[in-house]
Design a protein around this ligand. Sequence first.
Ligand code: DQA
Length: 146
Amino acid sequence: MTTRPTIFVLNGPNLNLLGMREPEIYGTDTLDDIAGRLEDQAQALGLSIDFRQSNHEGHLIDWLQEAQAAGAKAVLLNAAGLTHTSVAIHDAIKAIHVPVIEVHLSDPHKREEFRHISYVGMAAKECFAGHGAKSYELALDAAARY
Ligand code: DQA
């Protein structure tokens, strides 16, 4: 049996509340809805995904390191609010060789000024933002091409 290349999909703080969290900004899909669709898409692309969410910065850092140790093909990372604050996540992305793609449901550049800086974006390979839940699907298609 051949193992499929794995894409880690890491989600940060408050994304567990998707569906009921500011739906006018983030839409009505839950994180489970997004994970389900990505599973199907990954299957069709010959990939497998490892989909996770945490409200804790250290978990995201541990998981980025784990992606490297596990030989993941790529990481899709929606670091949520930590995108705009975390030098430690920036450093973790730089510390691994696995390509990281930044993902956001909304487009932070069209929102408050404090969202315009992205410590993730300064280290990530590319970014898909502003397409709602579809940002994840576009990012997975991009990861499949690596
Ligand atoms: C977000 C955008 C961030 O600015 C915000 O803090 C989030 C969600 C998005 O997916 O649009 O929590 O990452």
